[in-house]
Write a protein that binds this ligand. Structure first.
Ligand code: NAD
Length: 294
């Protein structure tokens, strides 16, 4: 068997085009332009690349991008003061603070200072709580995109056995909540899970969010399963160049799975598309307009 490749790049491009259409409609019908403020502290090259690609995607979708770059040595009070200003600015419908933050800044304190209605990353305790009790909320982008990709293969996840590897607040826990909301039977695995391979072999849907290159082997996968690989790992490639691989041994897994996301080109592009979607949703809610039909 050769797995169907879940083309995250194409699915994300289609979603972004639909979002751009909604943004244009919002502007012409209501004079409203969604705007996202991105706060970057320090000069971590990977974070800078992410922030640049987010800004580009926002502008392409017709949204406004407000970039705030702060020095590595900035104090917590200055970051909190900036968030306070952005909370009060009506042109800013969404606020994203690029993580990780330097050690002198308490990330949880910063996240908690964001207005939950502008928390497009879905990390504020209010949004985390709303997701866990089944209320509408802003949902973390990578988990949201991961579940969307699985649903392109199998639109109803009711009753399926879903196994999530990883329990981080950013990916593992929220993806498990979303799968539960889709009525899947969810197992969350982590570094202390016993016989992980055996648990994975029971998965109709396997979501890997570990951060270890090609950790999940082909013989861990149930024949025909849907495999969503969230991992982004830089490893040495041929000719001294580095390359990006996922948490799943792709070549082995694609011989057993029914469908699989590639890395790159799977979950990654969906993260940015879902950020745009969250920004659009936040804008509509703040303008007392109905949620976009996307
Ligand atoms: P994290 O380090 O916060 O969490 C990793 C999780 O994996 C932990 O819960 C840990 O218990 C689990 N784990 C570690 N070793 C394990 C083992 N041996 N067996 C079973 N479980 C184990 O990482 P994260 O922030 O959740 O990110 C996970 C991966 O997803 C990383 O590669 C990251 O780069 C990637 N990521 C991708 C996107 C995207 O847009 N595609 C977004 C966020 C994160």
């Amino acid at each position: 068997m050769t797995a169907k490749i879940i083309d995250g790049k194409a699915i994300a491009a289609d979603l972004r085009a639909r979002i751009a259409g909604e943004v244009a409609r919002l502007k012409s019908a209501h004079g409203v332009t969604p705007g996202l403020a991105v706060v970057l502290v320090g000069a971590d090259p990977a974070s800078e690349v992410y922030v640049r690609s987010k800004s580009k995607a926002l502008v392409e979708a017709g949204m406004a991008a407000f970039d705030h770059k702060l020095p590595e040595t900035v104090g917590e009070a200055d970051v909190l003061a900036l968030i306070g200003k952005l909370n009060a600015d009506p042109a800013v419908s969404g606020i994203l603070v690029q993580l990780p933050l330097p050690s002198q800044i308490d990330s949880q304190k910063v996240i908690a200072s964001i207005d939950p209605d502008k928390d497009v990353d879905g990390f504020h305790p209010v949004n985390v709580g709303r997701l866990s009790i089944g209320l509408p909320s802003l949902v973390p982008c990578t988990p949201y995109g991961s579940v969307m990709l699985a649903k392109t293969v199998q639109p109803s996840l009711a009753g399926v056995n879903a196994v999530v590897i990883g329990r981080s607040n950013i990916v593992g826990k929220p993806v498990a909540q979303l799968l539960l909301a889709e009525n899947a039977t969810v197992t969350i695995c982590h570094s202390r899970t016993k016989d992980l391979a055996a648990v994975c072999r029971g998965a109709d849907i396997l979501i890997a969010a570990i951060g270890k290159p090609e950790f999940v082997r082909g013989d861990w996968i149930k024949p025909g399963a849907i495999v969503i690989d969230v991992g982004i790992n830089r490893v040495a490639g041929e000719g001294g160049k580095s390359k990006i691989v996922g948490d799943v041994a792709y070549a082995e897994a694609s011989r057993v799975a029914g469908a699989i996301t590639p890395v790159p080109g799977g979950v990654g592009p969906m993260t940015i598309a879902c950020l745009l979607l969250n920004t659009l949703r936040a804008t509509c809610a703040q303008s007392n307009l109905p949620a976009p039909a996307i």
